[in-house]
Design a protein around this ligand. Structure first.
Ligand code: ADP
Ligand code: MG
Length: 735
């Protein structure tokens, strides 16, 4: 037999039966899978498991001491029932063995052991029924057949199943560690030396069979590096490949649209807007495609930056496409851009400027006639700027010379969609991606790691800060009255208001073409079953119009309205013909009406942190102070309330993004920002392991620069291939 490799099936190493058990319950199929199945925690030989932390229905492995043993015949059947009470020194847990009379002889009061099973209860007391049992002998020399881990300080406790208890996994791992040839280390020797990392074989041995906590830490450090480094190598290779592609350089010209626009806009650009624009123009002028991420605080003026880039491309004879996540936002972008451009957007029309282009809009639910005209403008090149939703991705949409793709609010788009648009140009177009809210640096490095990043932090001057208050209607119902009154006062002084509800109507959760809120938090404790249904647009709007807001012009906006009606509602609100707009999160991203100054979010606890931050960015966008009220009946000191208090406490989008992400499990951190790339991270934590991620990125970039094909790094090539395969498998599963 040849030496097993990490890719060898487990059955070749530990036999059919154990391999089946590992495959069935734990999805472990190869030797590599098993070696990367790390202990969840480590039990210390002398330290008993806190029994008070056991939860009903969990599959647990506990270390406890036997306190009492009772044996009696079973009532309705033949055979013995053995009841064993074990303790951690405080709490008690009953182990019930049916038909295992011999346990009474095997077990002794005072002995310690590991007991594994599913936590159930009997007459109010927690119990394990027929648990798997592994005694720990105090006298090491006599512990025949006991695992090494049981004899030294630390006992690995693995995620396990009934068919494969933790100590059997430990046994299988030991075999794998002994026989599997790991091949070349994926992290090159120089890099390991520079960062004081142990080699892979040592790290795997230490994480599975440590003697001390320090060894576990050392192993984890190295294995986290693996995850960060291999991923960053893949991303560096992607950047390098993209940078090597040809693209048409798009240079700004004298006397063009951009210059005319700069003279037209009624405000001065912020320094940040200037700097980021310069970076972008620089990228656009190169014969390779730009791949840039534009991050910016809510209200920092990303649209103007993107528009200037689009104008530069139009000036050079090309076209720019702006891809928006919702119909409302696409419509608004087209409207805003036409407005900002004025005569510059009216080429071929009466009153069109000397230098001018056209702005086409393509959405899913336009009339056939409108669509035809816009398709024609896109295909003929008459439109220098084409704005649209997913509809832009359809096959029949054609461009004369697509030079730039701008993707707004990328968290709603997958990489595949970005690529679909990119494929509409003969040479790859330049790509600018904009995020709705800033995200922590390490998340950006991982999720958008194949893009260069620009950041807009400063808000335009003269912007007054938004004040945010939590309105706890559970404790203080009269505050809701006060909130309506505030809305009324704002309207009476000439301003406008948003009222946001989590739901459209009886039939379902709110949202737009893109459906549900990104997150639906269900804190297990306050079980949603017992709660009243969330506030709904179609119910709240008429209720307000007749009740607390009688006399005001109240209207609504939600994703199930026909596209014309949506556009109409937004247009009338923007024109000041609606005082109060009752809406779903369809207004979450990008909607921009400077005269709107107050927002009341109903059942605010139903929304995620970043979502609320986005939402409140809709007010306080002009010269008037903004007020955001978060109404909730969540109790004080619950996670839901803490989230809302967190939002109220700061306007710093990066801090809130962290808060948002910290409350999720790691897989969800990635999933929340963008789908994909979750399976490869086991130990690495994006928020906590910043040092490792930053260092690994530097090393990866330098290495790929020197040796793009990794020709002298076989171990790394192998690891990269495995990662790309799982990524792809993930993607296929989702499709
Ligand atoms: P976001 O970054 O959230 O997408 P927008 O691009 O929608 O922000 O800009 C927010 C508002 O600020 C818009 O009304 C825009 O016209 C305005 N704005 C943009 N840049 C400036 C500036 N330099 N000075 C004043 N107002 C600006
Ligand atoms: Mg925006």
């Amino acid at each position: 037999m040849t030496t097993p490799a990490p890719s060898s099936p487990l059955r070749d190493i530990i036999g059919d039966k154990a391999a089946k058990a590992l495959a069935k319950g734990l999805e472990l199929h190869t030797a590599g899978d098993l070696l990367r199945h790390y202990p969840r925690r480590y039990a210390e030989r002398g330290v008993l498991t806190a029994l008070s932390e056991l939860r009903h229905d969990d599959y647990v492995t506990v270390m406890a001491e036997i306190k009492k043993i009772e044996s009696r015949p079973m009532r309705n059947r033949r055979g013995q029932m053995v009841n064993v009470v074990v303790t951690d020194g405080r709490g008690l847990l009953t182990l019930t063995f049916f038909n295992q009379g011999w346990r009474a002889k095997q077990l002794e009061v005072g002995q310690r052991g590991l007991f594994a099973g599913k936590v159930g209860s009997f007459r109010g007391a927690l119990q394990l029924t027929n648990p798997q049992t592994q005694l720990i002998d105090e006298d090491e020399d006599e512990s025949v057949g006991v695992e090494k881990g049981l004899l030294t300080g630390l006992i690995p406790v693995y995620p396990a199943t009934a068919a494969m208890p933790s100590w059997n996994i430990a046994k299988a791992v030991r075999v794998a560690l002994d026989v599997v040839d790991l091949g070349d280390d994926p992290i090159p020797t120089e890099i390991r030396a520079r960062h004081g990392l142990t080699d892979l074989a040592e790290a795997l041995r230490l994480i599975h069979q440590p003697d001390t906590r320090a060894q576990v830490a050392r192993a984890e450090q190295r294995l986290k590096w693996d995850e960060a480094f291999v991923l960053q190598v893949v991303l560096a290779q992607r950047r390098a490949a993209a940078a090597a592609q040809p693209a048409v350089p798009r240079r700004t010209v004298l006397g063009g649209l951009l210059e005319a626009f700069d003279e037209l806009i009624p405000f001065d650009l912020t320094n940040g807007q200037r700097d980021v624009s310069a970076e972008i123009f620089n990228d656009l002028a190169r014969p390779h495609p730009m791949h840039r991420l534009l991050q910016g605080e809510v209200g920092s003026g990303k649209t103007v930056v993107a528009l200037r880039a689009m104008l530069a491309v139009a000036d050079s004879g090309g076209q720019a496409a702006l891809l928006a996540p919702t119909e409302v936002l696409a419509q608004q972008h087209a409207r805003t851009i036409r407005q900002l451009l004025g005569p510059l957007a009216a080429a071929g029309e009466l009153g069109g400027g000397e230098v001018a282009t056209r702005v086409a809009l393509l959405t899913g639910s336009q009339s056939a006639q409108t669509r035809r005209a816009n398709l024609l403008d896109a295909a003929s090149g008459a439109a220098g700027i084409v704005v649209g939703t997913h509809a832009l991705l359809q096959e029949h949409v054609q461009f004369a010379d697509l030079g730039l793709v701008v993707v707004d609010e990328q968290h709603r788009f997958g990489v595949e969609q970005r690529d679909a648009l990119r494929a509409k140009a003969p040479t790859p177009p330049h790509v600018l991606v904009m995020t709705a809210t800033p995200i922590p640096r390490t998340v950006a490095m991982t999720v958008y790691g194949d893009l260069e990043t620009s950041m807009l932090t400063e808000l335009p001057i003269g912007r007054v800060a938004i004040q945010t208050n939590v309105v706890p209607i559970g404790e203080k119902p009269q505050w809701l009255e006060r909130a309506w009154q505030r809305v009324r006062e704002e309207v009476e002084s000439g301003r406008q208001a948003y009222i946001v509800c989590p739901q459209i109507g009886q039939q379902g959760i709110g949202g737009d073409d893109v459906a549900e809120p990104l997150v639906s938090f269900t804190d297990d404790e306050d079980a949603p079953a017992a709660r009243r249904p969330p506030a709904a647009v179609t119910e709240i709007a008429p209720m307000l119009a007749e009740g607390p807001l009688a006399g005001l012009r109240v209207d609504m906006l939600h994703g199930r309205m026909p596209s014309d009606a949506k556009d109409d509602a937004m247009r009338r609100f923007a024109a000041g013909d609606i005082d109060v707009l009752v809406a779903t999160t369809v207004i979450e991203v990008g909607v921009d009406v400077a005269n709107a100054t107050v927002m009341l979010v109903l059942d605010a606890d139903r929304f995620g942190v970043s979502q609320l931050h986005q939402l409140r960015g809709r007010v306080g966008r002009g010269e008037h102070a903004g007020l955001c009220l978060l109404a909730t009946d969540a109790e004080p000191d619950t996670p839901a309330r803490e989230r809302l208090d967190g939002v109220a406490a700061t306007l710093d989008g990066v801090a809130l993004a962290r808060l948002d992400l910290e409350q999720r499990r790691e897989g969800d951190v990635l999933g929340a920002v963008q789908s994909g790339r979750r399976s490869s991270l086991r130990l690495l934590r994006l928020l906590r392991d910043e040092d490792i991620i930053v260092a690994a990125r530097e090393e990866a970039t330098a290495l790929v620069d020197l040796d793009p094909t990794l020709s002298s790094y076989d171990g790394l090539v192998q690891a990269v291939r495995e990662l790309v395969d799982t990524d792809r498998a993930d993607y296929l599963e989702k499709a």
